[in-house]
Design a protein around this ligand. Structure first.
Ligand SMILES: Cc1cc2nc3c(=O)[nH]c(=O)nc-3n(C[C@H](O)[C@H](O)[C@H](O)COP(=O)(O)O)c2cc1C
Length: 183
């Protein structure tokens, strides 16, 4: 294998693929704004904490700061066009939910709505927010989890039925194959 020196400017390009999820948040009138996020991660089981790194330039940043809650919606690859729109257009200017036609449903523990077409949803209350460089890491306490039972078998995603969406960088997306091995 011939390796060339990596470009630090493009460093995160080499960390892809990452799962593209849609975070939902609400404005003061309760209107939902979806934003695509790839920089999200589980943090802790007890308490259940889930984190997402958001740039202050995003409209969603302001909404999370104000409402102190958000939901993470794990979107299937079949929504890839809509995932891309949520990640390239700003809710500052348009109503993305109207434009892309996703179905919202009520959450159990937060005011922010979740996306019905997604195979799992985490309802999060803001636990902490940490400014780290040019992004802010929002840590959410997961107060409720909703999953599409048909998508999971023994708590494992049935990847023959549901294909998660992964981001490869540079406006390129992919998904997973059916290959798997259980030990
Ligand atoms: C696949 C993908 C992943 C993204 N991940 C993040 C992310 O983790 N954090 C972030 O701040 N922006 C991320 N973005 C950029 C925002 O989604 C984008 O700027 C969006 O238009 C902001 O919407 P808003 O202004 O309505 O909040 C991502 C974009 C794409 C296409």
């Amino acid at each position: 294998m011939v390796k060339k020196t990596g470009n630090i400017e493009k460093f995160y390009q080499y960390a892809f693929p990452m799962q593209a999820a849609i975070l939902t948040c609400i404005d003061k009138n309760g209107k939902t704004n979806p934003i695509t996020v790839a920089w999200h991660t589980p943090i802790s089981k007890k308490p259940a904490l889930y984190g997402v790194s958001i740039s202050p330039s995003r409209y969603s940043y302001k909404l999370i700061k104000e409402s102190k809650e958000f939901a993470i919606n794990f979107a299937p690859y079949k929504l890839v066009e809509r995932i891309h729109i949520c990640g390239t257009k700003s809710g500052k200017k348009i109503n993305k939910i109207k434009e892309i036609g996703l179905t919202l449903s009520k959450s159990k523990k937060i005011k922010t709505k979740i996306i019905k077409e997604c195979f799992a949803n985490l309802e999060c209350k803001l636990y902490r927010s940490v400014k780290l460089g040019d992004h802010t890491f929002f840590v959410g306490e997961v107060v409720n989890i909703k999953i599409d039972e048909a998508a999971f078998e023994n708590d494992i995603l049935d990847n023959k039925k549901v294909k998660p969406c992964y981001y490869l960088g540079n406006n390129t997306y992919t998904t997973i194959s059916n290959i798997r091995k259980q030990f």
